[in-house]
Write a protein that binds this ligand. Structure first.
Ligand SMILES: NC(=O)c1ccc[n+]([C@@H]2O[C@H](COP(=O)([O-])OP(=O)(O)OC[C@H]3O[C@@H](n4cnc5c(N)ncnc54)[C@H](OP(=O)(O)O)[C@@H]3O)[C@@H](O)[C@H]2O)c1
Length: 255
């Protein structure tokens, strides 16, 4: 872990979907900064494994089983945060999922809803609850993980791309609406990151070669490449930045 510090000591940080991948890495860095960390995920075994892997500082982790697309689960998650800490300083909307889809017109409405519910509605449900707490304490930061799929019509990822484009517009709208409450809302849009989410692509050698040939920096991202921009946006250093999306793609979208 590097020497960069984001001033998160004693802050309460909720990372949705922090049981593996990018979210788990963000949780690790927040704990190293001595923040109080809340993670959620649908599966209890994944949460247990995450708490265990976070090691010594594990006692500062509240791991809550919750599906962020379900309003009752989100209400319960935020009630627990309020009960445990009475505040929330940072929300990282990290949960995202994709199921490869046919073209949008050939996608069944049930699959459309599943992808939109988790990626877009879940981000809305968590952001509104976080904003209520942050308004009361007169400040806070919301950082959402988008994707370069928000700005490219990528085959088999059309519905996911629509959801992530929605997430980026929600970032701008929330930023404008919450600016007067001293709540900054921003997003980070990675290209491919080495996690379970994208394993079928990067674990296939010939596919991996094709993918990196489109990235000027010649590699895909590791989770830590996403952690630093996210934590910068969660820090006081980003106090006058709001409504923005930082693209983290090794140059993929500039060529
Ligand atoms: N990896 C990439 O290539 C890539 C590229 C661009 C953007 N992103 C974005 O980066 C973010 C993190 O991705 P990742 O690669 O770290 O994903 P990941 O490895 O698949 O991890 C996803 C995390 O979210 C949780 N989760 C999934 N659905 C959930 C739900 N409905 N409610 C609550 N928790 C849920 C998972 O736990 P459970 O399974 O237990 O629920 C897990 O903790 C996502 O927003 C993704 O869209 C990823």
């Amino acid at each position: 872990m590097g020497q960069i510090s984001y001033g998160l000591q004693d802050k309460v940080v909720l990372i949705t979907g922090g049981s593996r991948g990018i979210g788990l890495e963000i949780a690790r860095y927040c704990l190293a900064e001595k923040a109080a960390v809340v993670i959620c995920g649908r599966k209890q075994d994944g949460l247990d494994a995450a708490v265990e892997s976070l090691g010594e500082p594990g006692e500062d982790v509240l791991a809550v089983p919750a599906h962020i697309g379900k309003e009752d689960d989100v209400d319960r998650l935020f009630a627990l945060i309020e009960e445990s800490f009475s505040r929330l300083d940072v929300l990282i909307n990290n949960v995202g999922m994709n199921i490869m889809t046919a073209s949008i017109v050939d996608t069944e409405p049930s699959l459309w809803r599943k992808i939109i519910d988790t990626n877009l509605t879940g981000t809305y449900l968590c952001s509104r609850k976080a904003a209520a707490l942050m308004k009361r304490q007169k400040g806070g930061k919301i950082v959402t993980i988008s994707s370069v799929a928000a700005r490219r019509a990528t085959s088999a990822m059309g519905v996911y791309g629509v959801a992530k484009a929605g997430v980026e517009m929600m970032t701008a709208v929330l930023a404008a609406e919450l600016a007067a409450d001293n709540i900054q809302v921003n997003a980070v849009a990675p290209a491919m990151v080495r996690t379970d989410f994208s394993r079928p692509f990067w674990s296939n050698e010939s596919l991996y070669k094709d993918i990196v040939s489109t990235i000027p920096m010649g590699r895909i991202a590791d989770p830590v490449d996403v952690v630093h921009p996210v934590l910068f946006l969660a820090s006081e250093g980003a106090g006058f930045i709001t409504g923005q999306t930082i693209v983290v793609d090794g140059g993929a979208t500039i060529i």
